[in-house]
Every structure is written in C-alpha cells, then in structure tokens.
Unconditional design. Structure first.
Length: 433
C-alpha cells in the first residue's frame, strides 16, 4: 500500500507539473494572441488616423483655395469700386469746374462786351476832340481800333510822361516806397527794392492764402542755391490812391525774410560780418501794375485781371481763383484745414504731389471746395467744417481698422495713418458722403 501510495504521489506530482507547463503554454498563447490583436487594432487605428488627417488636409486646402478665390474676387471688386468712385469724384469735380468756368467765361464775356462798348465810346470821343490830321484820318478809316492801341492811348493821356500839361521834369521818377524807377512802360513800372521794404507791403486781399510754413520750406531749399540770386520778379499792384499790394510772389517775399533773419542771427552769434550774399536782398526786381481807369474798370477788377494773366500758366487752385469762391467760403475752408493741420501736423506735406496717406493744404482746401461740402452740409463756420472733417476721419478710420481695406494699402503708409489716427489721405470718397 505504501508503495502504491508513493507511486500515486509521484504520478500526481508529475501530472501537476505537466498541468503547470500546459497552463503556462496556454497563458503564453493567450498573451501572444492578445498582443497580436492589439497590434492589429493599433495598425488599423493608425491607418484610420492617417486617412482622417489626409482628408482634413484636403478639406483645409480646399477651404484655403476658396478663401483665396473669395479674396481675389473681393480685391477685384474693391479695385472696380475704387475706380468707379474715383471716376465719379473726377466727373463730379470736372462737371462743377466746367459749370463754374462756363459761368466765369460768360461773366468775362459780358464784362468784355461792356468794356468794348465803352472803348468804342471813348474812341469816338477821342476822335471828336482831335483837331489834327491824324484824328481826321483815323475817323475816316474802317480799321478797328484794337484794345491794346486804345489802352496805350489812354495811358499816354493819363499816366505816362505825355500827360497833357506836364513836362518831362514834372513826371514822377521816384516812388516814396519803391524808390527810383528803372523803366516806365506805361502799363507797368520796374523798380529795384530791398526785401525788407517788400516785407512791409500787404498781400492783395484776393490772392492765395499766405502760409509761413511754405515760405520757410522754400527758404531751406533756397539756401542751397543762393549763388543763383532770386530768379523772376515780384509783382505789385498800385491802386488809384497809390496803395501797394503783392499780386504775385508773396511766398518768395516770406522766403527772403526767413533767409535774411536766419543769416542775421548766425552773423550775430558768431560775431561775423554779413555775407556778400546779403547784397542780393537789397536789390530785388519788382514790377508794379498801376491802376488804369480805362475800360471802365474799378481798381479791384483791374487787379483781378492782372492776377489772372500772371497765373494762367501756374497751378493756382480753383478755390483761389478770383471770382470763383466767395471770401467767406475761402476763409471757412482755410481756417478749418489749418485747425486740422495743427491737430495732425505730421500728416501734412508741403508738396502738392505728396504720397498716401499724407495730404497737402492747398489740395485739401481745393478738394473740399470742389466737393461743395459747405453748401451740401450747410456748414457756415470753420468750427463746424472742422468737426465734420473729424467725423469723416473717424468713420473712415473705423472702416479701415475693422475691415479688409487696409490690406490694399502699402504697409508703411498704413502704419503711419493708423499710428497717427489720420485717414483722410487714404482715399477721397469721404468728400462725397
């Protein structure tokens, strides 16, 4: 029994060992199967993620392409709209200028016709009063007496050295302010006058607004070419009472005053004698147009005629043309723009060809007048116009700051406009709001 029991224990132990081996094998097989399954699932999951990633990339690229397409369409639309707005602005301004010029032309034609009637009447009067053979011959001829001939006749009778009853010695050769006369051409005189004396003469009341900043800027440029002197002439007008005013060249006179003041300060600070260049300030060529009573003109009309003749070939703004804008409107616009310049000095350029987003005083004044803003918005004072300009600037800034329009402006220009909070120089559509 003991032997059988011992044998049975051995067989039991052996069976348990075999069972343990089988159990380990089964456990390993289960683990291997589980690992294989996990591996397969990870592979499948990885492939699915790769597919989803590829799909997402395709979707993003499609959306990007759509956005780019919409952006291009928006840019093209904006370019078209901007061109349309620009054309509308130009057409409106041209139409207004055309109408105003037509009215001005008609007014000048009426003045011309009236003047010619008076010229003919004066011509007949002169002919009747002449007892010489020349007068009789002139009366019998059919050759029309041209305006220049009659002007010269009137000047000879009233202004020149041939004034009836006066000898050559009695003619005025020295002006109390301008000094000696270099030449008397009848319709104008030539003088050499010091720049200091010119600085005491006021600007004609209907001339372009004098701006000291412009005169100082001209002085800075002129310092580089002082050896050339002062090209051109300063044009003065002399009314019937002998009062002088500057018709053309007021900024050059201001430039001379700035140059001379600076050179005097430099000479005093360095205890040096004044430079030889100072001599050119003592002899500035001046032409004086005296008032002529012929043609039935009053003094201001004659001054206006001379002013227009001088500035025909110069870029004078419509606002500054005599007879186009009222003095009240010109004052309101000028004062409002000056207030705006004082608030945003870095955004104003002395050049009329300044780049965006800068503006030029004369261009802005003329644009405001050309857009008829005072009348359309019933702005009667410079303060109201200034407030209106600030409102337009704020609205334009909000539109550009919060929209996409800023992307169509050069980065440097946009940075300057945004940092200074001044947007009126970006575009001109606000003028016609």
């Amino acid at each position: 029994l003991e032997a059988e029991k011992e044998q049975m224990d051995e067989e039991k132990q052996k069976a348990e060992e075999e069972l343990e081996v089988e159990r380990e094998q089964i456990t390993k097989q289960i683990e291997d199967a589980a690992n294989e399954r996990v591996k397969n699932e990870v592979t499948v999951q990885k492939k699915r993620l790769e597919d989803e990633k590829s799909e997402m990339i395709k979707k993003i690229e499609a959306e990007k392409g759509q956005i780019d397409q919409e952006k291009r369409k928006a840019e093209e639309k904006w370019v078209v709209e901007r061109e349309q707005i620009t054309k509308q602005i130009e057409d409106a301004a041209n139409e207004r200028v055309k109408n105003e010029l037509a009215e001005q032309k008609k007014r000048l034609e009426d003045v011309k016709n009236e003047m010619m009637k008076k010229l003919e009447a004066e011509k007949e009067q002169i002919i009747e009063n002449q007892d010489s053979i020349e007068a009789e011959d002139l009366k019998d001829t059919d050759i029309p007496l041209q305006k220049e001939q009659l002007d010269l006749t009137e000047q000879n009778l009233q202004k020149n050295g041939s004034v009836i009853g006066l000898t050559d010695a009695q003619q005025p050769d020295v002006h109390p302010i301008l000094g000696s006369t270099l030449a008397n051409l009848g319709y104008k005189r030539l003088h050499l006058v010091s720049s200091g004396q010119l600085g005491t003469i006021p600007v004609w009341n209907r001339n372009r607004i004098y701006r000291h900043n412009r005169a100082r800027s001209m002085a800075v440029d002129k310092e580089k070419s002082m050896h050339l002197g002062f090209p051109g002439v300063i044009c003065l007008y002399e009314d019937a009472d002998g009062k002088l005013s500057i018709l053309d060249g007021q900024h050059r006179v201001g430039m001379m005053a700035s140059l001379r003041e600076k050179q005097n300060k430099e000479a005093i600070s360095s205890n040096a004698t004044l430079a030889k260049e100072q001599k050119i300030f003592e002899k500035v060529l001046v032409e004086v147009y005296p008032f002529q009573e012929s043609n039935g003109k009053v003094a201001d009309e004659h001054a206006q005629e001379v002013f227009l003749e001088i500035n025909k070939a110069e870029p004078i703004k419509l606002l500054d043309m005599p007879g186009v804008a009222s003095s009240a409107d010109r004052k309101v616009i000028t004062e409002a723009v000056t207030l705006l310049e004082n608030q945003y000095p870095s955004m104003f350029s002395p050049s009329q060809r300044c780049k965006v987003p800068n503006v030029n005083v004369d261009n802005l004044r003329n644009s405001i007048f050309g857009a008829n803003i005072l009348k359309r918005h019933e702005l009667k004072s410079s303060k109201k116009l200034f407030d209106w300009l600030l409102v337009q600037n704020g609205a334009l800034g909000e539109r550009y700051e919060n929209g996409r329009e800023s992307k169509f402006i050069r980065e440097k220009a946009w940075k300057k406009a945004s940092s200074n909070g001044f947007y009126l120089g970006i575009e001109s559509s606000w003028l016609y709001k």
